[in-house]
Design a protein around this ligand. Structure first.
Ligand code: GLU
Length: 553
């Protein structure tokens, strides 16, 4: 009896690994092409940190004409959630980050290196486990979970490093005959890797992001095939990334400490190891300290949050690139109109410690991103968002022609309006342009102290609409007329005249404009008033002034 017999007894139906080695040949890609992946487990909502990793992976693949694929790691079936895979696939699509290969829905995939869902690769893992057992590099372990727990307690009490290794690895030294007998007796077992490592020796690892790191060798006989026949993450990682010809494993730095084990697995399996890049988590300021963005505490940790808020995916991606490479910001400043795909992303320039998440900055990027869109784009995207999250807004936007006029205010020019950072801002930003909405609630009229007297305001509004406003006027004439009105009523026609001689005037042209703006929109701050008036037209302006006068207190 030898290891081969044991392997045969455990996995009688598993194929020889040569079958898979031939089935998944080297990829035919240009020199230097990066093959990388996003490998989430469908165990909860998609985390912004996951999206960040996927984006980094995509940038690397894209820049080198490589491949980015999506592999679903669902070997922990107890933790799986409903729609987990669909959520992942849809999130990537929402962010225009669909993979070149891999899962494209819960059940479909594309590419010739699949299946891309680990639960469908059971026989592949078993073939490789059989291969290891046949060489004496893996073995069946009959220890029960209770025995494992007991052992862990003993180790703890004796203040010894916990784990299944060395003298603690009881089943490692069972003879082939003993193991075969136990299996024949019907004893339950799992399969463990027989680690050739020694804890007192060091290995050096050069991580693309973290740089040089030293670790003790792995000496744990980790589980590779669990009781349900599925592999553990570690084993699946080695088998999959080998067969899928991953060149770069880009993943969260929580896995950095597993590198010694992973390198050892690759070595013992006879595979070439990939390069590793371990990404630091996105952090958040919390009471003066820093902590990881948390699934439980921070709504913005979920990718779904950005969709609900209507933050454009491009803004999120741009922000993530910003934290990924500190050079992005200068590049963006120098190239305001270039696509983010033209940015020369560098994996090795990512920061070793976690970047701080800054919502203010993200929303600011949102403003810039939206300011560059055409009225038509803003309209379409707002409507899509509103249909899902704000039915009142969707209803308001039904008259597309009018909505385009509203969104067209101060857009498409050199300095476009920058007041919308996300689609959920739109209602506030446009509601005063809709009469039904405007008149449906009692408006505040926040006139400013410079001109606050009832009679004075009334006088300004009436004169303006009767004598000065003309729909045909161009912007200069329109503004000149507000100046004329100001002068007529005893205000300075230029702000600087007023500043030079404040005693001489009641206030200045800016204050007169504010009176008009407040009466018109009930706001002190709006985009260009000339354009607003153009969209409203004389009749509606007049009606708003009448209403404003009625409301003077
Ligand atoms: N399924 C693992 C996780 O979600 C993947 C890690 C990796 O990218 O290898 O953390």
């Amino acid at each position: 009896m030898d290891y081969k017999d044991l392997a045969e007894l455990i996995f009688p139906n598993a194929k020889d690994i040569s079958y898979y080695e031939e089935k998944y040949p080297e990829r035919n890609l240009p020199e230097g092409a990066i093959v990388t992946r996003f490998a989430p487990s469908p165990t909860g909502f998609v985390h912004i940190g996951g999206l960040y990793q996927a984006l980094v992976a995509i940038e690397c693949a894209k820049r080198t004409n490589g491949v980015f694929f999506l592999r679903v790691e669902d070997t922990d079936q107890k933790r799986e959630i409903k729609n987990g895979v669909t959520d992942i696939v849809n999130s990537l699509i929402d962010f225009d980050m669909a993979p070149d290969e891999g899962m494209i829905s819960d059940t479909e995939e594309k590419g010739s290196y699949g299946p891309y869902k680990q639960s469908l690769r059971k026989e592949i893992y078993q073939a490789y486990a059989k291969y290891l057992i046949a060489q004496g590099k893996a073995y069946p372990c009959f220890c029960t979970p209770e025995e494992g727990e007991e052992q862990r307690k003993k180790q703890e009490e004796a203040k010894i490093r916990p784990g299944y290794y060395g003298v603690w690895a009881k089943c490692r030294n069972l003879s082939v005959e003993e193991a075969i007998q136990k299996i024949k007796n019907g004893e339950q077992y799992i399969v463990r890797f027989k680690s050739p490592g020694r804890e007192d020796r060091k290995i050096k690892h050069k991580d693309i992001i973290k740089g040089n790191v030293d670790f003790p060798e792995n000496d744990l006989d980790i589980v590779i095939i669990k009781a349900d026949g599925l592999p553990t993450y570690h084993f699946a990682h080695a088998v999959d990334d080998h067969l899928m010809h991953t060149t770069h494993v880009i993943r969260s730095d929580e896995w950095l400490s597993s590198v010694p084990l992973h390198l050892q697995l690759f070595q013992e399996l006879g595979f070439k190891a990939p390069k590793y890049a371990h990404i630091s988590p996105i952090m958040k300021n919390d009471n003066g300290g820093k902590r990881k963005l948390s699934k439980r505490k921070d709504p913005e940790a979920a990718v779904e949050y950005y969709k609900k808020e209507g933050i454009p995916p491009l803004a999120v991606k741009e922000y993530l690139l910003n934290i990924a490479n500190s050079t992005f910001e200068n590049w963006r400043r120098a190239n305001p109109d270039k696509s983010i795909d033209e940015f020369d992303f560098q994996l090795n320039k990512m920061s070793v410690s976690g970047a701080l998440f800054d919502m203010v900055k993200l929303l600011d990027i949102g403003k810039t991103v939206i300011s560059k869109m055409t009225a038509e784009e803003v309209y379409e995207k707002t409507l899509t968002w509103a249909k899902e999250y704000d039915s009142e807004l969707a209803e308001m936007l039904k008259d597309k022609e009018y909505a385009l006029k509203v969104f067209g205010i101060e857009r498409g020019n050199k300095k476009p309006r920058k007041d919308i950072s996300k689609w959920s801002d739109v209602m506030y930003n446009i509601e005063y342009m809709y009469d039904e909405k405007f008149y449906s609630k009692e408006q505040d009229y926040p006139y400013q102290p410079a001109i606050s007297e009832k009679d004075e305001i009334k006088e300004i509004l009436n004169s303006y609409i009767e004598k000065y406003y003309n729909e045909e006027d161009d912007k200069q004439t329109w503004f000149d007329k507000i100046k004329q009105l100001s002068v007529e009523k005893g205000y300075a026609g230029e702000v600087k005249e007023f500043k030079a001689n404040p005693g001489k005037y009641k206030a200045h042209v800016g204050d007169v404009s504010t009176v008009l703006r407040v009466a018109l929109t009930s706001r002190t701050n709006t985009p260009d008033m000339y354009e607003i008036m153009k969209v409203l037209g004389k009749e509606r302006i007049q009606k708003r002034f009448e209403k404003a006068i009625e409301n003077l207190k």
